[in-house]
Each structure stands twice: as C-alpha cells, then as structure tokens.
Design a protein around this ligand. Sequence first.
Ligand code: DGL
Length: 268
Amino acid sequence: MPIGVFDSGLGGLTALKALQEELPKEDYIYFGDTARVPYGSRDKETLSRFAADNIALLRAYDVKAILVACGTISSVLLEGLKEEYPIALVGVIESAVAAAAAATQNGKVGIWGTAASIGSGAYARRLSVLGYADSIAVPCPKLVPLIESGRISAEDPMVRQALEEYLEPILKGGADTLILGCTHYPLLADAIRTIAGEELALIDSGKESVKTLREVLKDVDLLNEQEQGSTRYIVSGSPEEFARQGGAFLGLELFGKVEQQDAENFGK
Ligand code: DGL
C-alpha cells in the first residue's frame, strides 16, 4: 500500500523529497491541490472542505497513511481530522517544533507560516509546552504566491523585499532558529541564507515530519520491504506547470508523468 502525501501545491514536495530519500522502498501518491492554492488565506470551513476532498482522493488509492505535508492544514485542523478518519494521519508541527528545540542555543525561536497557521497559534503553543514561550511568530502571506510562480531567487527584487520584511522581526528579536512552518518555504532556503546569513538555523517542517511518519509506520509494522518504490504525481491544476517547477525542485524529469484530477468533484 502506498503512502499518501498532500499539500496545496509544490510545498509538500519538500517532504516528499525527504521521504523518497529516507524511505526509498515505499510507494507514494502525491497530491498537490494546485487549482486551489494558496490555502494560507482561507478560513477554517473552507480548509476543512479542502482537507476532506484531498483525504478522500488519496484514500481512493488505498493509502496506508497520509502525510499532511501542509503547515496550514496541520495547524488548523489536524487534531480534528485524526479523530474523524480511521487512518494514520501525520502532520508537520510537532516534529518541526522538536527540531527547533534541539537546534536553538539561546531559546529564541522564530516561526514563519501562512496567515492561517500563525493565526491558529499551533506552533507557538507547542513551543510553549516544551518551555520556549518566547517565540516570534510572523505571518508571511507573500511567499507562497511567489514560490508557486517560480520566483525563489534572492536576486528577484520582490523575493528579496518580502524576505527582508519577514526576517526583520526575527533577527531584531534575536532568534537563532527559524521554523519554516509552511512546507513551501524551504524552496526559498538558499535565498533566505543569502539574506540572513548562515547563523540562523532553518527548520524544514516537511523534512522533519518524515521521522514521525517512519515511527508511526514502524509501530504498526507497515514499512515496505520491496526493492524500489515509485511515486505517482497528481494535481488539480496544470500538470505541465507542476512538472516544470516540481521537476526542477526534485531534480527529476516530470513532463508527461503528472496526472490531473479534480479534488473538488472527486467521487461526487
Ligand atoms: N504549503 C502549505 C503550508 O505548509 C500551504 C501554503 C498555502 O497554500 O498557502 O502551509
């Protein structure tokens, strides 16, 4: 049985890439809801509907677990979704916060996320539970639209302006660690390092969640033992666009390999 992974678009590929490297024997179904990206500016009700559609689509492929590779859905809905669905659902918050706690030297952790994620307070609450009550949370609404349109270089004036704006409170506040609490943001890691320098530790929320997923599957004895796994890529928007940008990020040729499905009307 495959592992399902979903996000609003390209962001979840940061988790998928880590999964393909660390659990290469698994099969994956990746769903990017690119027709409805961005998620970060939506209300809870809309996000609930999107999450239900995406989970239904992935479950139709008989997945054994789902990685919610989206900081927004993980922040706003994960606990409720876990109660609602009889399938292992792993989000990105807990593992990212644990990694930040391990990385910080001065106890000051910055959090970047979508407006919905930061508004939910999920990352800050979890940090508080671990004793890091002094976090600096910054909503970054400009970043996902830039990333989805392929703009990820520090040379790009709009990218630079947005990163400088969002880094200012983090650096002024003295944080030594920054949680990239939206799975899209690691696509900007090089640009962030160019502007912020190497001192600021960057926590990749998608990548960190892979450890949790591995533990969950190991506990129920569902890790795959085949030689080499495969991945199916499905999007609700343009397959070509996703193949171009997603392929560049993964270092893979995805043209002709991305399928299109309408999550909204799937199975209805
Ligand atoms: N990549 C998602 C997240 O981690 C969604 C971002 C968006 O679509 O706004 O929050």
